[in-house]
Design a protein around this ligand. Structure first.
Ligand code: TXA
Ligand code: MG
Length: 316
């Protein structure tokens, strides 16, 4: 089997994809962050198929994508602080980890049996149309084999998972390019579990200083493990020039073989990061050397992904 690629802007494509989801099938959908591999959150077999397609350890829970706070309310308790975050940033690249309701219509496999569920309301029009047409929460991890670089184009999905999905909805390039920020809200306390496409400064304007996820043996966000986002090539960070066998991914004045942003714009760099790693891989780099990226704003999430891309691969 090889996935059918359909234009995400066509109503007939959305209708067909929603039918497939209701029948327990899998659809790759564009979101503003990265492409997601979507399935019906309430269908345990569909969820199992997602884990199998990605080769993902099933202790790593999935994000349920909803059409808004009303649909979220069927799955989780929403404390006032979480409500304020939803009002400020939904739809958009912010995932909230909240206490699961007892009667939540979500497979235990989807949230790995935890007593919380991660919820996100995407901004991308095709993702929104698909959730509404399916009329149910959709779980969707990034549509890449587990541990590999996340997809920001339909082609990336077809290359990594094309033989395991029914339909790929092609919505072009993902405008944000980095996964959502993941924030756990417990009463009045907000903890940043994963930096992402909404920067810390924006979130802290609502929450005050965010807590940092503990560095314990069992990470609060189980997906935040060691090697991840890894291209085929090795990755070397904070490089100012390419060494032998290396291609240089530049930023700002360090132009390199490809530049994430010649003007030093972190939003542009985020949007280009994953496809740039793939392109330098395709050009045959043994090692991708990456110029220093500042740590403020979206730079926090960019550096997080780069550190994981550079982590020892035998750690996975
Ligand atoms: O932007 C995104 O978030 C994309 C698009 C497709 O929406 N999705 C995505 O999903 O990045 P995924 O599965 O690759 O990452 C989900 C992250 C993982 O780090 C996972 O451990 C964490 O969210 N997570 C999910 N449920 C959780 C929970 N109940 N408690 C703590 N962390 C959770
Ligand atoms: Mg992922």
């Amino acid at each position: 089997m090889s996935a059918t690629i359909l234009p995400a802007s066509e109503t007939t494509a959305i209708t067909r994809a929603a039918d497939i989801l209701r029948d327990g099938g899998l659809v790759a959908m564009p979101t503003e962050t990265v492409y997601g591999l979507a399935g019906d959150a309430g269908n345990g077999e569909a969820v199992a198929r997602i884990y199998a397609a990605k080769g993902r350890p099933s202790f790593n829970p999935l994000i349920a994508h909803v059409s808004g706070a009303d649909m979220a309310e069927r799955l989780v308790e929403i404390p006032p602080l979480a409500r304020r975050l939803m009002e400020a940033f939904w739809p958009g690249p912010l995932t909230l980890v909240l206490p699961k309701r007892d009667e939540a219509p979500i497979s235990d496999l989807a949230n790995a049996g935890l007593d919380t569920v991660a919820i996100r309301c995407p901004r991308h029009s095709a993702a929104r149309a698909l959730i509404e047409a399916a009329n149910r929460p959709l779980v969707a991890p990034s549509a890449n084999p587990s541990g590999a670089v996340s997809p920001t184009k339909a082609d990336h999905v077809a290359t990594g998972l094309g033989d395991k999905i029914d339909i790929i909805l092609d919505g072009g390039d993902c405008p944000v390019g980095l996964e959502s920020a993941v924030v756990a809200v417990d009463g009045d306390t907000a903890t940043l579990l994963r930096p992402g496409g909404l920067d810390r400064e924006a979130i802290e304007a609502i929450t005050g200083p965010l807590q940092t996820a503990g560095q314990s043996d069992a990470p609060a966000s189980p997906g935040m493990l060691k090697s991840h986002y890894a291209p085929g090539a090795a990755v070397r960070l904070n490089a100012r020039a390419a060494g032998p066998g290396e291609l240089l991914l530049g930023f700002g004045e360090i132009s390199g073989d490809l530049n994430l942003s010649a003007t030093g714009d972190l939003t542009e760099a985020a949007a280009r990061l994953f496809s740039a790693l793939r392109e330098l891989d395709a050009r045959g780099a043994d090692t991708i050397a990456v110029a220093p990226i500042p740590g403020h704003g979206l730079g926090e999430a960019i550096n997080d992904r780069l550190r994981r891309a550079a982590a020892p691969r035998d750690a996975t």
